[in-house]
Design a binder for this molecule. Structure first.
Ligand SMILES: Cc1cc2nc3c(=O)[nH]c(=O)nc-3n(C[C@H](O)[C@H](O)[C@H](O)COP(=O)(O)OP(=O)(O)OC[C@H]3O[C@@H](n4cnc5c(N)ncnc54)[C@H](O)[C@@H]3O)c2cc1C
Length: 318
């Protein structure tokens, strides 16, 4: 076995993973959001059996979406969770099994990808990274442990709550979409650091019309404390420097997202283009799409990756 240039140097974990090499799969897909789901369904249509790994829940970020109005086929729009249910049904009908394991690391050695999860190691000739994005976290505010369970970066864990007061920090599409979703049964305040919003007009207009949503712009959050079972946000107005305090039951941070690439070792990240050109490693969906993070684009990416895999594995010849 020769050492791949991407993995030269010492790696103590490799020897302990080597045993997995006896069962090399065609394709491992990491992430069962829209892009990973589309890749898996299309591969199945080519009789390629993918291993689809998911650490949390099928549907990924789409589980947070209030009303998806730009995914063709749903003239009235469709709620994010309802679209996820349809995706699940389609996975089932296609015979795709989702393996619920968290990928810790992926490496390439001797022409094989080693995908190490919290339970086992999968080996494959091809890997598809469909891990989406992770939230940008607040790093500059001290937060006491006793309120951490009331601070969120995504809303699907609290979609069932009602009659609560929720503060959402952010100015983009996600902040306004979260507000519309949660305001159906709760009171919501959106706090923005800027004078202007940064979301699409239709979301802003709906929020402005909703009586359960208020909007406070030009404020910076300075402290987050626990006070009488409420999360107390202490803010300053950016122009007037006056102090404003807001009490809420929950706080949602919607302050941006970054590609979730932590599982790729430095070497694999560095050599991505080379692996991509060799049709061995694919990235699909939000993880690689910069600001163009939309479900239909993710689905298109997944289909295209599956089609390329089919063409390049030689499985299309009789
Ligand atoms: C509030 C909100 C509203 C939205 N509204 C719309 C809309 O109206 N229209 C639209 O087109 N799009 C909308 N979107 C965007 C859409 O949800 C995303 O573009 C889409 O979900 C991205 O799909 P993806 O598969 O690339 O990534 P994701 O959906 O992020 O899925 C990635 C998956 O990978 C899994 N994963 C990550 N790391 C690992 C690991 N190490 N091991 C195992 N699994 C892992 C994650 O758990 C996740 O399930 C909205 C998004 C949000 C947040």
């Amino acid at each position: 076995m020769s050492d791949s240039p991407a993995f030269s140097g010492q790696d103590p974990t490799y020897d302990t993973w080597r045993h997995a090499i006896v069962d090399v799969k065609d394709v491992v897909i990491i992430g069962a959001g829209p892009s990973g789901i589309a890749t898996a369904i299309q591969l199945k249509r080519y009789n390629i059996e993918p291993v689809l790994l998911e650490q949390e829940g099928i549907g990924g970020l789409l589980r947070n979406a209030n009303l998806v109005e730009n995914y063709p086929g749903f003239p009235e729009g469709i709620r994010g969770l309802d679209l996820v249910e349809l995706f699940k049904k389609q996975l089932e009908n296609a015979g795709v099994r989702v393996t619920f394991e968290r990928v810790l690391k992926i490496e390439y050695r001797d022409e094989v990808f080693f995908t190490k999860t919290n339970r086992e190691v999968f080996t494959s000739s091809i890997a598809v990274i469909a891990t989406g994005t992770k939230p940008r976290k607040i790093s500059d505010l001290p937060i006491s442990d006793d309120i951490k369970d009331r601070l969120f970066y995504e809303i699907y864990p609290i979609l069932g709550i009602k009659n609560k007061k929720i503060a959402i920090i952010g100015t983009g599409d996600a902040a306004f979409d979260y507000a519309l979703n949660l305001s159906q049964k709760n009171e919501v305040i959106i706090l923005s650091r800027n004078e202007r919003t940064n979301c699409i007009p239709v979301l802003r207009e709906r929020c402005m019309k909703c009586e359960n949503i208020s909007y406070l712009c030009n404020v910076s959050v300075k402290e987050i404390n626990n006070e009488c079972l409420k999360v107390l946000l202490t803010c300053t107005h950016n122009d007037r420097q006056e102090k404003i305090q807001i009490g809420s039951d929950y706080v949602i941070f919607a302050i941006g997202r970054v590609p979730r690439l932590d599982i790729l070792g430095q070497e694999l990240k560095k050599s991505y283009e080379r692996f991509r050109k060799a049709n061995k490693l694919y990235m699909v969906g939000d993880v690689k799409n910069g600001i163009y993070r939309q479900t239909a684009i993710c689905v298109g990416d997944g289909l295209k990756a599956a089609m390329e895999i089919f063409r390049n594995t030689g499985k299309n010849s009789i």
